[in-house]
Design a protein around this ligand. Structure first.
Ligand code: SF4
Ligand code: SF4
Length: 318
């Protein structure tokens, strides 16, 4: 239910939508989307579970392609575990036996249902539950811990040859990890830069499509526009809308019983979007052909912020 809710809240005004959902006033699309997302979550988490990780998630494939002999992975150290000697007590473990007593605890705790003793597998999510389980068993039978451990392939192969090595943090500093870290740092800094430098105001202008223009009785031409202003600041802002680029262009708020204005003031609540429908009127002699470019200028009344948005004024073919 929370997954479905989070999905819908992401695309709408969350507090208002929550109130509408609770009072039964939300749209049917909101209810149906939450229902569908909740059902999918229940199906995935309740029934399919590890099948989702194994067969649907691309991450194991991506991670598998990035592994090399210096990557740290959960490893069963068969060089000390084999041959297995089933259910032996501490006192019964002899020199010929490996440390694995085939108790199956590592398999029982594995959420992916795999046996790490068969080697590194795509399904492994590196949760390390098998390491903890096996360490508990090793403690009980009096053998050293880390029969299953985090290890690199290099260290594993060295151990197989009898060179006792241990993975340290130095193993991870090499060309590949340095390049990956640099790429991630650049990506993170770029995102941070875009976040900090993003415009606090967004202006969008839509030209009325039907009709594109209207010929008025005095010979002038009228075009209609919807100006939308998104205020990303945490305080309400007042914006002054004006136009430039066509001499004598007059502006009027649609539906308002006012004379032509040079500018229109629009108040936008904090973190919200507000729109106004405007009619612009021009004399044909001031226009250049069928499409005349001009600009909407949106100024913040409280500071020097100024946004210019290009638009086009249409007139009929001569
Ligand atoms: S938990 Fe350890 S000892 Fe038991 S089967 Fe797994 S690897 Fe062997
Ligand atoms: S690390 Fe987790 S997923 Fe991987 S084998 Fe061990 S218990 Fe299973």
């Amino acid at each position: 239910m929370m997954t479905g809710g989070a999905w819908v809240f992401y695309f709408a005004d969350a507090p208002t939508l929550l109130k509408n959902l609770l009072t039964g006033n939300a749209s049917s699309i909101a209810y149906s989307t939450i229902f569908v997302m909740t059902s999918i979550t229940y199906l995935f988490a309740g029934f399919m579970r590890e099948q989702v990780c194994t067969f649907m998630c691309p991450w194991p494939r991506i991670q598998g392609a990035m592994l090399d002999e210096r990557s740290l992975v959960v490893t069963y150290n068969d060089w000390r575990g084999e041959p297995r000697s089933r259910h032996q007590k501490k006192s019964e473990v002899n020199a010929q036996s490996g440390d694995c007593i085939d108790c199956n605890q590592c398999v029982v705790v594995c959420p992916m249902g795999i046996d790490i003793r068969d080697g590194q597998q795509l399904e492994c999510i590196t949760c390390a539950l098998c390491i903890d389980a096996c360490n508990g068993v090793m403690d009980k039978i009096g053998r050293p811990q880390n029969l299953i451990s985090y290890s690199t392939l290099n260290d594993y192969e060295a151990n197989v040859k009898g060179e006792r090595t241990k993975t340290t943090w130095r193993s991870f500093i090499h060309g590949r990890t340095v390049i990956y870290s640099a790429i991630m740092a650049i990506a993170a800094l770029s995102l941070l830069y875009v976040l900090v430098m993003r415009n606090q105001v967004e202006v969008n202008v839509l030209h009325n499509r039907n009709p594109i223009f209207i010929l008025l009785s005095d010979g002038s031409i009228r075009n209609g526009y919807t100006v939308k202003i998104l205020n990303k600041k945490l305080q309400p802002q007042e914006f002054v809308i004006s136009v430039e680029g066509i001499p004598g262009l007059e502006m009027q708020v649609a539906g308002a019983e006012t004379d032509a204005q040079k500018q229109v003031v629009l108040e936008v609540p904090a973190n919200d979007l507000e729109s106004v429908r405007l009619f612009l009127r021009a004399t044909p002699s001031n226009l250049k052909g069928e499409q005349t470019p001009f600009n909407f200028i949106v100024r913040n009344k409280n500071d020097t912020e100024k946004i210019t948005h290009e638009a086009v004024f249409y007139q009929p073919k001569n």
